[in-house]
Structures are given as structure tokens and as C-alpha cells.
Ligand binder design. Structure first.
Ligand SMILES: O=C(O)CCC(=O)C(=O)O
Length: 247
């Protein structure tokens, strides 16, 4: 299963692995997320857990701090998710455990981007394992990958001013290759390279789109300090303008 996924990952920049997790494993992730929401999210800074409306906790849409929940953190360094990442890029250094949702009735798009633009690595060798906790269809924000775009290097991005995705690709992503819409069920898992361009539409359905994502850097990658400083300054400008942090 993983050898075939690796071939697709190398060719296309992503792979869909159907039925990779059992229903019990998906339930464990859901339970870990519920504990995060109940016990940890209320203690966090506005930048660590993001809401469409900060006065309404049901509008939680994004966080990069799920690794603070011990059971979710335990999946980072061993087990099926770790093994999938290592099968794609070799020895890995586990990074964040993230949450990506699209609350119902909110216009929250995921702008076209490469994770590698945010990761700032040399070499830019990393991957993300994207795990849906519910069905994801075209109408509630399926992830869309540009096939083969991981072979095009780091593309130019600019400020998007969208909370949670501060940078977006400047070019039209469809000018870079075929767009593949990934509809998935719980148990299915997506994995993409850090240079694969991806994006998602807003949720136009009545169903949420909860996803947990594990990010891994290649163990041999190091931070590109210049790119990192540029990115962090741009992020701080946007967060300050949104009142999430005082200058
Ligand atoms: O789920 C989304 O809408 C975006 C996810 C993403 O950008 C990622 O996992 O790298």
C-alpha cells in the first residue's frame, strides 16, 4: 500500500490512501480533538486557535497546537501516520499537529499555496498527512491539488489577509497543471509534498469539514533563516492588523 502511495507521491506530489485508518483510529482522533477543544483551546492565544467569530467557540476553524493534547501528540513520532510520512520522504522530524475546519455558513476559502513557502526549509523537503474526520466532498471544501506542481520549486506568494493562511500563490494555480479534487471519507488519508500547490473552496454545504493534519520535515532539512524572517514579519503585520496581537 505504501509503496504504491510513494510512487504516486513522487510523480504527482500527493497520494490518496483509501481506508488507511480504521474506524477506531478515526474515533481516537475525534476523541483527542474533543479533549483539545474542551480543555486546551480555551487556554490558548488567539493565534494558536482561530475562530471565524472569537465570541463563538463553535466557529473554531484552525489551530496548529493540537500537539498539546497528549494522545494526538503520541501519533506524531510512531504509528501509522508517522510511518506514512517516513515512507514518502525518508527519516522525518515531526512538527505540528493542526486542525483545519470550515464552519457552516462562513465564507472561508483555503487560498492556493505551497506549505513549503510557510515552512522555509533548505532543502524544501517535507510532507503533510491530512486526515478527514468526516466526509469531504466538493461542496464542503475538498482539497484540490495541482498535479506535479511539487517539481516547480517554491513559487511566489503574497499576503492573502486570510486568517490562518496569510500567504497565497500569485499565479493562477490552474496555469501550473491539472487540478485534482480529492473527495474523501473518514479512514482515507491524503499526503502531500511541501511544494505541491493546493487549495480548497468555501463550505457551501450544511456539514462541517473537520480535518487533522500532521506535518513532518525531512530530518535533513534546516530552516532558511532569511525566508523565515521574511515570512514571520509578514505574518506579524497581518496578525497585528487583525488585532490578534498588540504591536
Ligand atoms: O484543509 C485545508 O483547507 C488546507 C490544508 C492545508 O493547507 C494543508 O494541510 O497543508
Amino acid at each position: 500500500m505504501l509503496a504504491e502511495a510513494k510512487q504516486r507521491f513522487d510523480n504527482d506530489g500527493f497520494a490518496i490512501i483509501r481506508g488507511y485508518l480504521t474506524a477506531e483510529e478515526v474515533d481516537q482522533l475525534k476523541a483527542g480533538f474533543a479533549r483539545f477543544v474542551a480543555n486546551i483551546a480555551p487556554t490558548l492565544d488567539k493565534r494558536e486557535v482561530m475562530y471565524e467569530d472569537y465570541s463563538d467557540s463553535s466557529t473554531i476553524k484552525q489551530s496548529n497546537a493540537l500537539g498539546l493534547e497528549p494522545a494526538l501528540a503520541a501519533w506524531q513520532a510512531k504509528g501509522k501516520v508517522h510511518d506514512l510520512a517516513a515512507a514518502m520522504i525518508g527519516p522525518v522530524s515531526p512538527q505540528h499537529v493542526e486542525y483545519f475546519d470550515k464552519p457552516v455558513g462562513r465564507n472561508h476559502e483555503t487560498p492556493p499555496h505551497q506549505d513549503g513557502y510557510y515552512f522555509c526549509l533548505l532543502p524544501n523537503e517535507a510532507c503533510t498527512v491530512w486526515i478527514p474526520l468526516a466526509g469531504v466532498e466538493a461542496d464542503n471544501g475538498a482539497l484540490i491539488y495541482i498535479k506535479g506542481s511539487h517539481k516547480l520549486g517554491v513559487r511566489e506568494h503574497d499576503a492573502s489577509n486570510l486568517l490562518g493562511f496569510s500567504q497565497g500563490l500569485i499565479e493562477d494555480p490552474r496555469s501550473l497543471g491539472e487540478a485534482v479534487v480529492c473527495t474523501v471519507e473518514p479512514g482515507d488519508v491524503l499526503v502531500h509534498h511541501s511544494l505541491t500547490v493546493h487549495y480548497a473552496g468555501a463550505n457551501r454545504s450544511q456539514r462541517r469539514r473537520p480535518v487533522i493534519a500532521y506535518t513532518y520535515f525531512s530530518a535533513s532539512a534546516v530552516k532558511d533563516k532569511e525566508a523565515q524572517a521574511r515570512y514571520e514579519a509578514a505574518l506579524l503585520r497581518q496578525h497585528t492588523a487583525k488585532g490578534l496581537v498588540t504591536a
